[in-house]
Design a protein around this ligand. Structure first.
Ligand SMILES: NC(=O)c1ccc[n+]([C@@H]2O[C@H](COP(=O)([O-])OP(=O)(O)OC[C@H]3O[C@@H](n4cnc5c(N)ncnc54)[C@H](OP(=O)(O)O)[C@@H]3O)[C@@H](O)[C@H]2O)c1
Length: 244
């Protein structure tokens, strides 16, 4: 079996490539550092020769709706067109729990993920969509993204962070054993409020930034699973945070 990982050297892509290779699967990494550009199409056709499954763990620094939509949708369209020509039979996409539920806040990046899911679902290669909540290791970055003028503005809404390796295990399973066409969500074992989680994480790191609680945009449960989902077993590495 041969798997093409779009974004194969990223936070998710790189450990996923290692996991698949240790299971004897041939992996082709498709990132800019590999000389492959999924947007311009440079190097894509050659890299996809003989590939059975495409795993899409691409990312963009564009957080505005126009930039995110154009990147995520454009990449899916190019991967589908070239993948189909090469004979790929399965497209596994990593998305985020809550995007596309209709009541998540109108963050441009999330609109890009909604467009990405839609393009994957209607694409020429049967797709499996894996949706994960925020990675536990990503929380400090999320805190920075919520910081304005030294203060952290945290919504009073739910967050249920998951250990990255458990997401990677699910992606490996999807790429190798799941039948195309499904949607699977994964979240961590515990549900917190953003502001409580951010305060505890900052305190644990000796970071004295103030956390300001703000009313949630949209529903309180907009970014956590609402239906059946896989529950990770690894707890957030800081204890004593109130559960939501
Ligand atoms: N962070 C979270 O908590 C979380 C939760 C759920 C889902 N996700 C999703 O997980 C996915 C992967 O995130 P990540 O943190 O692993 O991202 P990342 O570390 O930023 O990696 C992104 C990868 O995309 C590649 N890339 C960017 N533009 C490209 C282009 N034009 N052509 C080819 N490759 C390109 C990069 O290649 P180079 O390295 O060569 O530049 C890099 O390998 C994202 O779609 C994100 O929405 C994240």
């Amino acid at each position: 079996m041969k798997v093409f990982i779009a974004g194969g050297r990223g936070r998710v892509g790189s450990p996923l490539a290692d996991k698949l290779e240790t299971r004897g699967i041939e992996v082709v990494s498709g990132g800019l550092d590999d000389g492959i550009d999924v947007i311009s199409g440079k190097g894509l056709a050659e890299a996809l020769v003989g590939v059975d499954t495409i795993v899409n763990v691409l990312n963009t620094p564009r957080f505005d709706a126009e930039g995110a939509i154009s990147f995520f949708e454009g990449a899916i369209n190019n991967l589908n067109a070239e993948g189909k020509r090469a004979g790929a039979r399965h497209h596994v996409l990593l998305s985020i729990v809550g995007v596309g539920q209709g009541d998540a806040s109108e963050i441009g990046y999330y609109l890009g993920k909604v467009a990405q899911e839609k393009a994957a679902r209607s694409g020429s290669i049967p797709a499996t969509i894996i949706r994960a909540t925020q990675f536990q290791s990503y929380i400090p970055i999320l805190i920075d993204q919520h910081t304005v003028d030294g203060k952290v503005f945290a919504p009073r809404s739910f967050i249920q962070p998951v250990e990255l390796d458990e997401v990677i295990e699910l992606l490996a399973e999807a790429a190798t054993t799941l039948k195309p066409g499904g949607e699977v969500e994964i979240a961590g074992p515990d549900r917190f409020y953003h502001d409580d989680l951010f305060r505890a994480t900052l305190a644990d790191r000796g970071d004295d930034r103030e956390v300001v609680t703000v009313n949630a945009e949209g529903a309180t449960d907009a970014m956590v699973p609402r239906g059946a989902h896989r529950v990770g077993t690894v707890r957030y590495p800081i204890s004593g945070i109130p559960l939501a």
